[in-house]
Design a protein around this ligand. Structure first.
Ligand code: DAH
Length: 399
């Protein structure tokens, strides 16, 4: 295209690019010049029909024109986009002073709060937190804890037994399963849900809802292989068939277990005293260890804390006015050590068990246990704790 004035075309194009007021206008100019039907594209296409000699002369200025146009489009595009962003930033300012609607905010249940406080306090004493299954077998819940089949303590625990379905996973009819001497599901409502063992009497088949957190002691000892010291607490849900103002079928306990060489009752007393002072956040906590009986400890002691009456209310601390029972404890029975795989000639230990719900009631002045598990949001708003306030020993465990 010898008759096209390349310089003029370039001047016109660059002026149009520079003059385009928006991205759309710029795009129209780009298509007009560099698009399939564009003027510059047509010039480039004409190179194909030229003789090689001619192309050597006309080619470079046409290429230069294309490059200049493309560069100008890119520069103008960047400038237009930057200007658009500046305009948006100027117009869409965030007003930080406007009130925020946060919506409903949850709170931490007192039981969860107390569990966190316990974990914090015992972590400071070098205790780990352990857990165990809530559906437990008879052996871990009773037998290994020195509560044999005929022991009266079993009756005291009001156990919920779990009766496995005779059909589950067997692909057989109920009648066929019964015929093989599997579990019988009691038919009348009044009948106790105590499972009948298969003739082989497989102990692991007899399942129940754990009646206390003590089976975690056995599980922890077996896991430690009878050869390592143990220091743990085990908080969690426990179950007994019992219901009134101070008992619910599901409740919470925390177990404590220390196994080492040379452990004495002195270690137990110091640990409990340190724990209760930190928990109730008072230095004037007075403990009373009362001789008691638990099958899994020997000797055993129930632990009371003293209270003082202030304007007719019981306040934990001092010992002027009376005692409140808070936990059971003792030195781990040698049979329990043996069941856990520890040699009682070498290893000693202490243990304790404590109702978490009761601890929460005593510390936070809540009187009806049943309200804990009603799920009433108003109750939670009143007794709950701020979600992000993590208990710390330095900041106050219940701050
Ligand atoms: N497991 C007992 C209960 O539920 C509480 C208990 C007492 C636990 C003494 C212990 C202990 O570890 O040493 O009543």
């Amino acid at each position: 295209m010898p008759d096209t004035d390349l310089d003029q075309l370039q001047r016109d194009l660059l002026a149009a690019i520079e003059a385009s007021a928006g991205v759309d206008a710029l795009e129209a100019v780009r298509v007009h010049a560099l698009g399939k039907q564009g003027a510059v594209t047509a010039l480039l296409k004409s190179l194909g029909a030229m003789t090689p000699e001619r192309r050597l002369v006309d080619g470079p200025p046409i290429q230069a024109l294309r490059e200049a146009a493309a560069a100008a489009v890119a520069a103008r595009k960047a400038a237009l986009e930057a200007a658009a962003l500046d305009a948006r930033l100027a117009s869409e300012r965030v007003d930080m002073t406007l009130p925020v609607d946060t919506g409903p905010v949850g709170s931490v249940h007192p039981v969860s709060q107390v569990m966190d406080e316990l974990a914090e306090i015992f972590a400071d004493l070098g205790f780990a937190v352990a857990t165990g299954p809530e559906i437990e077998d008879d052996w871990h819940n009773f037998t290994a804890l020195n509560i044999p089949e005929t022991h009266p303590a079993r009756a005291m625990h009001d156990t919920f037994y779990v009766v496995p379905s005779p059909l589950r996973g067997r692909g057989k009819s109920r009648e066929a399963a019964k015929g093989e001497g599997q579990y019988e599901v009691p038919s009348s409502p009044g009948q106790p849900l105590s499972p009948t063992l298969s003739p082989e009497g497989e102990r692991e088949q007899k399942m129940l809802l754990r009646t206390h957190t003590s089976p975690v002691q056995i599980r922890a000892m077996l896991a430690a292989g009878g050869s390592q010291p143990i220091r743990l607490i085990a908080p969690g849900r426990t179950y007994r068939s019992d219901s009134d103002a101070t008992h619910t079928p599901m409740f919470h306990q925390v177990e404590g277990l220390v196994i080492d060489r040379g452990i004495t009752l002195g270690h137990l007393k110091w640990t409990l005293e340190t724990f209760l002072k930190a928990f109730f956040e008072r230095e004037d906590i007075v403990l009373r260890l009362r001789p008691s009986y638990f099958p899994f400890t020997e000797p055993s002691a129930e632990v009371d804390v003293g209270y003082t009456l202030e304007k007719g209310k019981r306040v934990i601390g001092g010992s002027g006015d009376g005692w409140l029972e808070v936990l059971g404890s003792g030195m781990v029975h040698r049979k329990v050590l043996e069941a856990g795989g520890y040699d009682p000639a070498e290893w000693q230990g202490f243990a304790f068990g404590c109702g978490i719900d009761r601890l929460a009631m005593l510390k936070y002045g809540i009187d009806d246990l049943r309200a804990f598990f009603d799920g009433d949001a108003r109750w939670l708003r009143h007794y709950g704790f701020a979600a992000l306030d993590v208990p710390t020993l330095s900041g106050g465990v219940s701050s």
